[in-house]
Design a protein around this ligand. Structure first.
Ligand code: TYD
Ligand code: MG
Length: 447
């Protein structure tokens, strides 16, 4: 038998090297090189054939979903929890992940589920202190303060838990894996093992994951492929609104939104987020425009604020919060070219109030009008809302779910809407809708 030669393989790009290195020279990932002994995987035992099935003969198992005890969370999950699913909750430190997990644990326990909350970050008394602050009444909730994966596994197998919450995946470390806690290898291997437990025991497992500086959960993107759902916790730490967005969901729609408010006694559901967002809107001022956006199936009225001021810098500042800076550059270019606005030499500050990031292009026209309004020091009026995508030729393009947007405008007492002409068919009686085909068209109306 020839002696197989050992070498190291990068787990993220499969680069091979005979020598161990801290960082993969090919893809730049840290701690991703693993020792392999060169032997290939075991062949299937003889006499075993793959089981193929006719499409028609496959029985569909309808997943028996159950509620998480929170309407907002259920919505994001696609209608409740599916037994045996593995779900990843990511977010910046301090945003409220542990708070949400403990609240969910409490809800589920009080609904009669068998729940275990595993924390590798806090001691039992810290967890209980948080619980008391949240007014948790869950005497039978099981707690485990542990960082060893082997202990976690034993705990999960010691009883038939319906739900397990692991806070956080980066702190759980297996002694059988020769790399440091929180490393790519550890996180991935531990997740694989937990996935196995979820699928074989039917336990729904929530994993909390910290976001790396690059904005990915737990570093390796591979984690996102392994789990059934990936949910991001968003929001401005200094503002009370918290959003949970589904990035990926095998059991429901992606980009769905759940909305909470962080209060002194934990996260509370927000049934009417638009109202909260517009609460402190100054009575009609220049540079402020309200846009009916839609995130997932959720209409959300946001206020876009723009401030222009003479720059003292050689290259003026462009500061955006809540909108993509490339989008802003594009809209400014269209304003300069099509409406003759002289924006060079001005600092531009853009903010979406409430710390919400708007990704959809329906915000374009509202942003353009907010810039224009600030430039001319012109107040558009407090009863007007604006939406529509802007093209490079200055054309205003139709957007999806215009009906839903207009309905939200009516709900919040708006009287006038400027939107794409292509969407004017969805107009409601209560609204005066101005359908526009171009930016210039829209500017003429608000002038
Ligand atoms: P936490 O859930 O610990 O965040 P994460 O697990 O994502 O790091 O939440 C931390 C913040 O939330 C902390 O700054 C305090 C605040 N908070 C409240 O405002 N009200 C509460 O009831 C709780 C428990 C926390
Ligand atoms: Mg935490």
């Amino acid at each position: 038998v020839a002696k197989s030669k050992a070498f190291y393989v990068c787990e993220s790009c499969a680069y091979q090297t005979p020598k161990w290195l801290g960082q993969c020279p090919a893809c730049g990932t840290w701690g991703s090189l693993n020792l392999t002994n060169g032997t290939t995987r075991k062949a299937a035992p003889p006499g075993e054939a793959p089981k193929m099935t006719r499409y028609a003969n496959v029985a569909v198992e309808s997943a028996a979903r159950y509620t998480s005890g929170s309407n907002e969370l259920d919505r994001v999950l696609g209608g409740g929890l599916v037994p045996g699913s593995l779900l990843l909750i990511g977010g910046d430190p301090g945003i409220g992940k542990s708070t949400l997990m403990l609240q969910v644990a409490g809800h589920l326990q009080s609904l009669g589920k068998k729940v275990i909350y595993i924390s590798g970050e806090e001691s039992l008394s810290q967890i209980k202190m948080r619980g008391e602050r949240l007014g948790l009444s869950a005497d039978d909730l099981m707690l485990l303060a542990e960082t060893s994966y082997e202990m976690v596994e034993q705990a999960l197998e010691s009883d038939s838990f319906d739900v397990a919450l692991v806070d956080s995946i980066q702190t759980i470390c297996s002694a059988n894996i020769p790399s440091a806690a929180g490393s790519v290898t550890q996180v991935r291997e531990v997740t694989t093992k937990l996935l196995h437990i979820a699928k074989t025991r039917g336990t729904t497992i929530f994993l909390v994951g910290h976001i790396t500086k690059e904005g990915a959960i737990a570093g390796p993107k591979t984690l996102e492929h392994m789990v059934d759902g990936v949910f991001y916790f968003e929001g401005d730490k200094y503002h009370s609104l918290r959003l949970i967005r589904s990035q990926k969901n095998r059991f429901g729609p992606a980009q769905e939104l759940g909305i909470f408010q962080m209060e002194s006694t934990g996260l509370k559901e927000v049934p009417n987020p638009s109202k909260v967002l517009l609460e402190q809107r100054p009575e009609a001022s220049a540079g402020s425009v309200v846009v009916p956006t839609v995130e997932g199936s959720r209409p959300l009225m946001v206020e876009v604020q723009v401030l222009l001021s003479n720059s003292t810098y050689a290259s003026p500042r462009r500061v955006t919060m809540g909108v993509d800076s490339n989008r802003l550059a594009l809209i400014m270019a269209v304003l300069e070219k099509k409406a003759g606005l002289q924006l060079q030499g001005l600092d531009v500050f853009v903010n979406v109030v409430g710390g919400i990031a708007i990704q959809e292009p329906a915000i374009d026209l509202g942003l353009a009008l907010a810039i224009y309004s600030s430039f001319r020091n012109l107040n558009l009026g407090s009863d007007i809302a604006v939406f529509g995508e802007l093209g490079l030729a200055g054309e205003v393009r139709s957007v999806s779910q215009a009906g839903l947007r207009m309905k939200e405008c009516v709900n919040l007492g708006f009287k006038r809407v400027v939107g794409p002409k292509g969407n004017a068919g969805d107009a409601l009686d209560e609204l005066e809708v101005r359908g526009v085909t171009s930016l210039v068209d829209a500017l003429e109306y608000v002038l």
